[in-house]
Design a protein around this ligand. Structure first.
Ligand code: HEM
Length: 345
């Protein structure tokens, strides 16, 4: 009897062992070597985990109990490339491009000054922008400027501002910039769509655009080049800036802003580089627009501030548009109303 129990016990133990052996993952000889090397290393160089980190940095899939994409990869090797491009070429070339654009605009203004009217104003006002168009424009402008400034703080702040203002102030500024950027971003996307709907009608190819291109808009020689409501320079800003770059920074910005769609790190890195390159080009172009819309052209800011321009301004800057108003070719009942509303100067 005792012998039977012993045999049964041994058999039971053997079967439990066999089951356990079958359950436990096969020891990967490579892993075993790694563990042995690691153990030996700890004796000679305590806390030096180099073999482990070499393995981790390889980007190879490791075991993890965390569900989700990429959770088995602790360090993604391409991340180093992204960091080098973001902190290297993209920031350096982008930064210098901004400096060159600002200096070129300053040199142009110093050389050329504001473009004045050649005839005196008549005092009769023409409606150029409706209230709706101005509200959409300024909402977009405010959102854009907030995004541009906060974006530049995020990109260049650490190298440019931190040495100047110190850690405490910079950390607050960086936090403010990041949150402002994340919340205003989606607002700008909506503004871009409204801008498109509000202005697309007058940004199509029209008579006079070819001549405007040939003469470079008269910017260098200061000559008068007739145009419709918007000249080809404004149309290029609309299509390449507002629409194309607006879509690029908008889409890449949303990918970055809402990382909860299982985006891979590679997707986020590509979106980040696309976003910052497009944003820097967008800011450079906007500086040209803002210059022309403020000090570059006398009376321009008034058009977007009050919606009205003087008749002489309309004639000298947008002659074909002015002729259309005079000829009544602008549809009656348009909010612009009868073109020639007399307003005391
Ligand atoms: C502080 C910044 C800005 C200022 C001072 C400014 C100023 C102006 C002015 C004065 C005009 C009227 C020009 C005219 O009468 O032909 C104008 C038109 C326009 N602006 Fe701005 N702007 C600014 C920012 C922006 C931004 C950020 C965008 C878009 C992202 C934008 C898009 C437009 C568009 C689409 C037009 C109509 C011209 C066209 O459709 O081609 N502006 N702006």
């Amino acid at each position: 009897m005792r012998r039977t129990i012993t045999r049964a016990g041994v058999a039971l133990l053997a079967s439990v062992w066999l089951v356990a052996a079958a359950q436990s993952p096969a020891v990967d000889p490579k892993q075993a070597d790694l563990a042995t090397a690691q153990a030996a290393q700890q004796l000679s160089q305590p806390l030096n985990n180099q073999p482990v980190w070499k393995e981790v940095r390889s980007g190879a899939q490791q075991y993890t109990s965390l569900p989700g994409r990429e959770t088995s990869v602790l360090i993604q090797p391409e991340g180093q490339t992204w960091r080098a491009v973001r902190n290297g070429q993209a920031s350096v070339y982008g930064g210098w491009l901004l400096v060159v654009v600002v200096l070129s605009i300053a040199a142009y203004y110093w050389r050329r000054g504001s473009i004045p009217l050649s005839e005196p104003p008549t005092g009769r006002k023409v409606r150029r922008f409706t209230t709706g168009e101005r509200v959409i424009h300024w909402a977009t402008a405010i959102a854009f400027v907030a995004l541009a400034v906060s974006g530049l703080v995020i990109l260049f702040g650490k190298n440019v501002l931190l040495p100047l203002i110190g850690y405490t102030l910079f950390s607050w500024l960086a936090l403010l910039a990041k949150n402002l950027h994340n919340f205003v971003g989606p607002v700008f996307v909506v503004c871009t769509i409204l801008m498109f709907l509000a202005f697309v009608r007058d940004n199509v190819w029209q008579q006079g655009d070819a001549e405007w291109i040939r003469k470079g808009g008269g910017l260098l020689k200061g000559e008068h080049v007739p145009s419709h409501r918007f000249n080809f320079g404004e149309k290029s800003w609309f299509w390449f800036g507002v629409v194309f770059l607006g879509i690029v920074v908008g889409v890449s910005g949303l990918v970055l802003n809402f990382p909860n769609f299982e985006q891979t790190r590679a997707t986020m890195q590509i979106a980040n580089i696309v976003h910052l390159v497009a944003a820097i080009v967008f800011i450079c172009l906007s500086l040209g627009h803002i210059y022309m819309g403020t000090v570059g052209v006398d009376g321009a800011l008034e058009s977007m501030r009050s919606g009205y321009v003087d008749e002489t301004w309309a004639k000298e800057h947008h002659e074909y548009w002015y002729n259309d108003i005079k000829a009544g070719r602008i549809p009656a009942g348009d909010e612009a109303g009868p073109p020639m509303q007399h307003r005391p100067a």
